[in-house]
Ligand binder design. Sequence first.
Ligand code: NDP
Length: 244
Amino acid sequence: MEITFNGKRALVTGAGKGIGRVIVIELMKCGAQVVALSRTQSDLDSLKAEYPQVEIVLCDLADLQESNKIIAGLGDFDLLVNNAAIAKCGSFLDTKCSDVADMMNINVNAVINVSQVVVKSMIRRGVGGAIVNISSQASMAALADHVGYAATKGALDSATRVMACELGPKNIRVNAVNPTVITTDMSMAGWSDPARAAWMKERIPLGRFGDPIEVAQPVLFLLSDKASMINGTTIPIDGGFTAC
Ligand code: NDP
């Protein structure tokens, strides 16, 4: 099964490193014209150096008003991947509501904000489109020390379903994927301790953490016409973690 995005323009947020960066690269390999948005210039510069065809945009999605203006100035998109997120983890009793609010702002509010701008232009052009939100297994199964992060990803799953419901009639599909631990900067902050990593791997039937490409490939499928009847789903990419 070959996936092609020739003639399609895609926006990927949080594209400087980790999963977002790999999604950008895989989309370009399939022919998409990609705009990579992130908040660290050096990450974007290194992406551009490797892949000169990528368009790069420096933008801090935490500033909703400013990012709304920046994204509105980027032109039209057919595909959107809401990947940018932050994780501030800690025990339930030590969790600060200010940290939860920061996560909610980027992991949920910014997703709604970015999607509104992109979807308005899809609707105006009458072309349809596809959106994938990068959620987490943390929305589906309790994980100690993740109370705020899990709550934001649960909210993102709910937002995904409502968006799918409202935007389906406009031929805009919205889905989410829910990865387990994937080896990136974000996850290694919490899972580099060998004992903690071993504890988690024992609970993943495939016995290992995932690689960013193992998220990127299902994301490309969901964005593609091969997934033309899939809308409003939240799909675990977790080696079986949530099945057990
Ligand atoms: P990384 O931290 O490795 O990369 C996240 C990217 O998002 C970075 O480029 C970061 O930029 C960017 N970003 C963060 N905040 C903002 C912002 N306010 N504005 C613009 N860009 C921003 O994360 P991962 O690749 O690991 O995670 C990607 C997605 O996958 C996230 O939604 C995460 O919740 C989800 N996920 C990850 C898992 C994992 O184990 N890695 C597991 C389950 C879900 P900068 O570096 O400059 O901050």
